[in-house]
Design a protein around this ligand. Structure first.
Ligand SMILES: [Cu+2]
Length: 109
């Protein structure tokens, strides 16, 4: 008798939990560098996501935040990554070739 009552309650609790919890997995956004350009030059991600740069070019580059948030050195064939910890729009450049520009939009929702 007790078991017959307890089981429907347990199912209800599981259903309520599944509806209330929104699970958002962190993702990785890939940016490739080729022909002295970031591609894509502009990306959108969430707080907690990672941006990965891959230098597929024939010369060294960097991905350096203009606000000083990160400075990723990217030798030829190298990769580097940054975990996004705050929301906002962040411009970055290659310090070796300052005409190379990129932008990361970070949302908190
Ligand atoms: Cu460069």
């Amino acid at each position: 008798m007790f078991r017959a009552i307890a089981l429907p309650c347990a199912i209800f609790v599981l259903a309520a939990t599944a509806g209330a919890v929104v699970v958002v997995a962190a993702k990785t956004v890939d940016v490739k560098i080729a022909a002295l350009a970031f591609a894509p030059a502009e990306v959108t991600a969430h707080v907690g996501d990672t941006v990965t740069w891959e230098n597929a070019d024939f010369i060294d580059h960097t991905a350096t935040s203009s606000e000083g948030g990160w400075d990723v050195v990217l030798p030829v064939g190298g990769t580097g990554r940054v975990v996004l910890t705050k929301a906002g729009t962040f411009d970055y450049i290659c310090t070796i070739h300052p005409n190379m520009k990129g932008k990361v939009h970070v949302t908190s929702d």
